[in-house]
Design a protein around this ligand. Sequence first.
Ligand code: ADP
Ligand code: MG
Length: 654
Amino acid sequence: MTTETIEFQAEARQLLRLMIHSIYSNKDVFLRELISNASDALDKVRLAAYQDKDLDADASDLHVELVPDAEGRTLTIRDNGIGMTRDEVVELIGTIAKSGTADLLARLKEAGDSEHAQELIGQFGIGFYSSFMVADRVELTTRKAGTGEGVHWTSDGEGSYTIEPVADAPQGTAVTLHLKASDAEDQMHDYADRTVLRRIVKTYSDFITWPIRMPAEAPAEDAAEAGDTIEDAAENSADDTAAQAAAPETLNSMKALWARPQKDVTEEEYAEFYRHVSHDWQEPLETIRLAAEGTFEYQALLFLPQIAPMDLYMRDARRGVQLYVRRVFIMDDCEALVPEYLRFVKGVVDAADLSLNVSREILQQDRQISAIRRRLVRKVLSTIGTMRDEQPEKYTTFWEQFGRALKEGLLSDPDNRETILGVSAFRSTHDSEGAETTSLAAYTERMREGQDAIYYMTGDSPAAIEASPHMEAFRDKGYEVLLLTDPVDEVWVDAVEGFDGTPFRSIAKGQVDLQTDEEKEQAEERKTEFAGLCEWMAGVLGDDVKEVRLSSRLTTSPAVLVGDEFDMTPTLEKMYRAMGQEPPKVQRILELNPSHPLVTGLRDAQSGEGAETNAELAETAELLHGMALLAEGGELGDPSRFVGLLAGRLQRTL
Ligand code: ADP
Ligand code: MG
């Protein structure tokens, strides 16, 4: 037999080091992780045996078995599930394939203090490696169902592991932990102690639908032999099976949580189940249950997490909930059940009338599945709404983590657009100092008399938007403006017409009409007064602008650039560039403030009352346009020319 020694992948090694130096306050959870893996493996073998009748797999009496050995100081967690091939062991146990690992480790390094580190790693899930919190050495023996040869893997969690073939391993996986001596003295955390194991299973894994058994106390000599060598272990396991058959003890109640009456399930049980399905570390933020009876029967148990997973905004992010058919696990990440914008929702749907053989492709087309999905979506959205009304703090957490994702639904789910808008939160000038957000309902309630639109502006940050000249008249007249700073905001505002009958209107686009009748009259007069200036400037600026006109949105700035009603915003242009695409060229409108001395001065000079030469006036017009560009955070077409002109002007003032 050949034994290979293989180095852990660098990232796996770092994560292991963290695990060993135990950043977790609660080590007990290693057992939950190993049982969770075993349970997944049992689900998989049952399904594989069902779907492939030729598969040489044994799906009778599927179970998990805990074998503590107090003398030898080991604990073995064994399942007769799907098992792993050699390559799978190397890939799944020797590396960390999860996206975001490198990023996580970088942040962990930064975090330094253990509490924050714990929080971070919790976002990531801990899994198999958590066994090194309690063990100096871990052995894993596994045989993939349907294959002949097994694999033995062992590591002390330092830098490498060894792997070798085993001739006669039973189907499934056995993980043997050589327990740390330090835990032996701690009565509550002696993992070779049966009472301790009973307690941990009850606390963390009671809902697992497979039996978790513990053999009755074995005679002393037998126990000492267990796990000595691989061959012995295999033999012992055969003996053990015989012994257990006589007196196994089942540690969990095995009741599927979603099938139990809601009132009989505790918060803790939901939390543990959530951890099992989500591979998350925390408690869920919210638990959602729903059920339907009659022609199409199903039950669902869904969760909103507290913290967004690292890959929430990555293209290959996992999504979807687990699908069961009459308590039988069918698949993970069933995308057909939840739309992409709700990809953070975790949980289980158990449908009564589906075939156990359904494939992902079939599910995408299935009418019953779409019906469940529609109902899940509505239920999740209404839960978010209720959360806001009744638990504002929880809602704030939710919104900070998942608001951006949810708003994608404004584009992808037109049917629920109004509902999504209704449960969304927005920064606004109503409370621009604080971080408080507003709902659209609250906004419309505060709308001023005669106001016929929900005003918004998109930009990089609330501060940048507030500093923009576009805000001046709105601030002056006391109109509330939504400050939209998420990339997705740039896109949905063009697709969504309004909320509750009130249209959205950008304050940086088109004409604004905030004037009183009197002001309008005045404006008409001014228009004639400035007509010559506007025409002349349009000529001077040429292709740089679409039009030059007077503004009603400025109080202090001399000029501002605005888009036409359907033009692309500067932020969206920047996003195009960031993605490596050249945005279509948009000509913008230059609006002048007729009350600003620079503008009136330019008008007077241009109409021949001033002393400046024509070339100089044209430069002033150019500078004015450049200033408007800079004021909105835009980029100058020719920065060095602008700086040259400005420097020349400044020199003359000295
Ligand atoms: P996760 O469960 O979040 O995927 P783990 O570190 O717990 O991460 O496990 C990594 C992978 O190793 C699992 O996804 C599974 O494919 C495999 N694995 C772990 N334990 C077992 C087991 N008992 N039987 C079969 N496969 C297993
Ligand atoms: Mg796991």
